[in-house]
Design a protein around this ligand. Structure first.
Ligand code: GLU
Length: 372
C-alpha cells in the first residue's frame, strides 16, 4: 500500500474530501483537528501539489446551531436551513485554518447541474484552474441550501470525484472516520482491510454498506465506491484514509493504511465527464445481443432496444440497462422518449415509416456513450 500511495507525493493536483464526522463533534467544530489538517495540506503543497478541499460539515454545524433534530437530516427543509447557517461557519473555519498556514481559502458552492451540464462544467473547471494558479485552496461544498432532493449530489464523496474530473486532478483522498474498505462489515469478526482495489466489481460492491458509521454524513461506503468508480474511470486514483488521526495524510502515508483504488482507464476528458454524470433522464433496456455489441464498442441500434422508460428529450443523458437490470452504459440519445419508443426493436427500413422522417444511424452513437 505504502509504495502505491507513494503517488500521493508525486501527484500534481489532489482533491481532499473531508467528512462531517471529522469536522464536527457534539455540534461543535473540531477546530484543533482542523488546524492540524491545514498543516497537512500545506505540507502537500510544499511537495509541489496543488490542493482542492471538498468539505462537508455545513449541515451538521448548522443543525447544532439551530437545534434541529436528527443532525438536520430529518427533512429536506431542515437540511437546507441547517446548511445555510452552517456554511458560513464552515467557510470561516477554513479561512482561519488555511490562513494560519499562509494560504488563502476560496469558497466554491456547487449544485449537481453545475457539473452535469457541459458548458457549466467547463466553466467550473476554468474557475478552479484560475484559483489554483493564483495560489488559493478552493474549499468546495454542495450548495445544499438551494439544491433540492432530485437535483442533489447528496453526498460529498461523489461530488469530490466529479470535482477531481473537472479539475483534471490525479488523486482524490476521501478522509473518513474509518480506515478504508473492509471485506465485510468492519464490526464483524475477522473483517480485513482491503489495501488495493484494481476495479470496482460487484464483489467489491458487496463489501460495502450504505450507512454512514457516524450518522453525521450521508455517505457510507456505498457512495465512496461510487466515487471511486467515477474517479478511476477517468484515470484518477482514489484513496480512502482514516482522518481521525492528527495530521491524517501524513499519518496514513507513514503507516501505509487505507484503501487505494487504482485508475482503470483514461477516457478522453469529454468521455470522462459523460461517464461521471449522475442524473440520467431515462433508461433503455437492451437485449443480450445488443449488450454484447456495446461491449465490443458498437453504437446502440434501435433493433436491440426492448424497453424505453423516462421522459427524455433528444440529446439527454440516458442509461442503458441489460435485461437483468445491470447498468451497461450511459450516453446522449439521438431521439426523444416517444420516438425511441416507436422504433424500439425495429430495423432501419421500418423506422422511417414509423417516424415519418429518415432515421438516424443509431439511438446512441458510440462517440457519445461510455461503458460502465
Ligand atoms: N454537503 C453536506 C454538508 O456540508 C455533506 C454531504 C455529505 O455528508 O457527504 O453538510
Amino acid at each position: 500500500m505504502l509504495d502505491k500511495l507513494a503517488n500521493i507525493t508525486t501527484a500534481r493536483r489532489i482533491v481532499v474530501k473531508i467528512g462531517s464526522a471529522l469536522l464536527v463533534g457534539g455540534g461543535q467544530a473540531n477546530e484543533e483537528w482542523l488546524m492540524r489538517m491545514a498543516g497537512d495540506l500545506a505540507a502537500l503543497r510544499r511537495h509541489g501539489a496543488q490542493v482542492i478541499v471538498v468539505s462537508s460539515g455545513a449541515i451538521a454545524l448548522g443543525a447544532a446551531r439551530l437545534d434541529l433534530p436528527k443532525g438536520g437530516r430529518g427533512s429536506l427543509a431542515d437540511a437546507q436551513a441547517a446548511a445555510a447557517v452552517g456554511q458560513i461557519g464552515l467557510a470561516d473555519l477554513w479561512s482561519r485554518a488555511l490562513g494560519a498556514q499562509g494560504i488563502t481559502a476560496a469558497q466554491v458552492l456547487l449544485t449537481l447541474g453545475d457539473l452535469e451540464e457541459r458548458r457549466r462544467y467547463l466553466n467550473v473547471s476554468a474557475t478552479l484552474d484560475r484559483l489554483l494558479e493564483a495560489g488559493a485552496i478552493p474549499v468546495i461544498n454542495e450548495n445544499d441550501t438551494v439544491a433540492t432532493a432530485v437535483i442533489r449530489f447528496g453526498d460529498n464523496d461523489r461530488l469530490a470525484a466529479r470535482v477531481a474530473q473537472a479539475a483534471n486532478a490525479d488523486l482524490v483522498l476521501l478522509l473518513s472516520d474509518i480506515d478504508g474498505l473492509y471485506d465485510r462489515h468492519p464490526r464483524e469478526p475477522g473483517a480485513k482491510l482491503v489495501p488495493v482495489v484494481k476495479a470496482v466489481t460487484p464483489k467489491i460492491r458487496a463489501m460495502a454498506s450504505g450507512e454512514s458509521s457516524s450518522g453525521l454524513g450521508s455517505g457510507g461506503m456505498t457512495s465512496k465506491l461510487q466515487a471511486a468508480q467515477i474517479a478511476t474511470r477517468a484515470g484518477i486514483a482514489l484513496a480512502i484514509l482514516n482522518g481521525t488521526h492528527d495530521a491524517p495524510i501524513a499519518h496514513a502515508l507513514a503507516a501505509g493504511t487505507g484503501t487505494l483504488f487504482l485508475p482503470v482507464r483514461s477516457d478522453s476528458a469529454r468521455k470522462a465527464w459523460l461517464g461521471g454524470r449522475l442524473a440520467p433522464a431515462g433508461e433503455l433496456r437492451v437485449d443480450q445481443g445488443c449488450a454484447q455489441a456495446l461491449r465490443s464498442g458498437a453504437s446502440l441500434l434501435a433493433a436491440g432496444i426492448v424497453e424505453v422508460s423516462g421522459n427524455f428529450r433528444r440529446g439527454d443523458l440516458v442509461s442503458v440497462l441489460s435485461m437483468k437490470g445491470e447498468r451497461l452504459a450511459q450516453g446522449l440519445t439521438e431521439y426523444n422518449a416517444a420516438d425511441a419508443q416507436l422504433i424500439a426493436g425495429k430495423r432501419g427500413d421500418d423506422q422511417a415509416e414509423l417516424l415519418g422522417y429518415a432515421p438516424r444511424s443509431c439511438v446512441i452513437h458510440r462517440d457519445h456513450m461510455v461503458l460502465l
